[in-house]
Design a protein around this ligand. Structure first.
Ligand SMILES: NC(=O)c1ccc[n+]([C@@H]2O[C@H](COP(=O)([O-])OP(=O)(O)OC[C@H]3O[C@@H](n4cnc5c(N)ncnc54)[C@H](OP(=O)(O)O)[C@@H]3O)[C@@H](O)[C@H]2O)c1
Length: 292
């Protein structure tokens, strides 16, 4: 009898926006262990990556050949007041994963455009990171500890994740739920990025696994767009009144954490290295709308 041995992948943060999508897409192809800090359904096991002991126990038992680390403290504003919690999750958590594995295990780690200061935009993987808020600092410290390890690693830096899953918190679901309640929204016109449609990021990670790609990769849409213009596209495509959206400068928003104003990511490396096609932001929003 021919026995197929599926590669084992441990996914942390599996209840989150990206983690959940990865679990759904990769499950038919790999033996997946989905973990998260809190148990949210039967198919997710509890693993708080801040606990070295728990991380080692789960890694020794499951013996993954790949770990995809989607676990993170993602609230940029709250991180300013909860520095220890944010660092324990984003840095110590990754350190625990690194310390639990041998050189045979690959780590795919999700970082962020917020490692950049946002002063120039169109950042390539060779540009010098210089975060301006605490969340960004933890993301850079985590990158550094991985890139100075001897491990086989891939760091993916996406920006502004959104998907068709309106049960999760993200920029698109916030706009859709607010506009459906006829709430007026003030949205930054001076924060520029190339938002990432989650299924495209999942596909990139899938391709990178197949090709065993290593190093750092930027991932986003083809075009650079302000938060306000993104929201207008969402309103138009989802059939809401765009007049409910008010363009404002970031300085008027009283956000606790400073935001990099132009953190757009140049994704040319991805196109050449993995032959991945990038799509316009509008195409991502249209796909999200169609698949709800
Ligand atoms: N969302 C964005 O716009 C964006 C942009 C750029 C980069 N990123 C990066 O992309 C990655 C995925 O983001 P996301 O939006 O999918 O995040 P998310 O929806 O906020 O999910 C975060 C996940 O991490 C888990 N988690 C939090 N603390 C943990 C801990 N101590 N131990 C284990 N799990 C823990 C959460 O589990 P519980 O729910 O059980 O707490 C949840 O499953 C993160 O690294 C984030 O920094 C996100």
């Amino acid at each position: 009898m021919y026995v197929v041995r599926m590669k084992k992948i441990l996914i942390t943060g599996a209840s989150g926006l990206l983690g959940n999508d990865l679990v759904c897409t990769l499950s038919p192809h790999y033996n997946i262990l989905a973990t998260s800090k809190t148990k949210q359904n039967q198919s997710v096991e509890v693993l708080d990556i801040r606990s070295r002991k728990d991380v080692i126990d789960i890694v020794n038992t499951f013996k993954p050949s790949i770990i995809i680390n989607c676990a993170a403290y993602t609230s940029v504003d709250k991180a300013e007041n909860n520095k220890k919690y944010a660092r324990d999750t984003n840095v110590v958590g990754l350190y625990n994963l690194v310390k639990s594995i041998s050189e045979d295990t690959k780590i795919i780690h999700i970082s962020s455009d917020y490692v950049f200061d946002g002063s120039k935009g169109d950042y390539t993987e060779k540009d010098f990171p210089c975060p301006i808020n605490y969340y960004g600092k933890t993301k850079l410290e985590a990158e550094n500890l991985l890139s100075t390890s001897n491990l086989n690693y891939l760091i993916v830096r996406p920006n502004v994740l959104y998907s068709n899953d309106l049960s999760k918190e993200h920029f698109l679901s916030w706009i859709v739920s607010s506009l459906s309640e006829k709430k007026q929204l003030e949205i930054a016109i001076d924060q520029i990025s190339n938002p990432t449609y989650v299924p495209d990021l999942t596909q990139l990670i899938f391709d990178a696994i197949l090709l065993d790609y290593t190093g750092i990769l930027h991932m986003g849409s083809e075009d650079y767009i302000s938060r306000y213009d993104f929201a207008v596209k969402v309103a138009d495509i989802f059939g809401f009144d765009r007049k409910m959206l008010i363009p404002v400068d970031s300085s008027t928003l009283n956000q606790k954490a400073k935001r990099p104003l132009n953190s757009s990511l140049n994704c040319n490396k991805l196109k050449t290295a993995l032959n991945v096609e990038l799509y316009p932001t509008e195409y991502g929003i249209r796909r999200a709308n169609l698949s709800i």
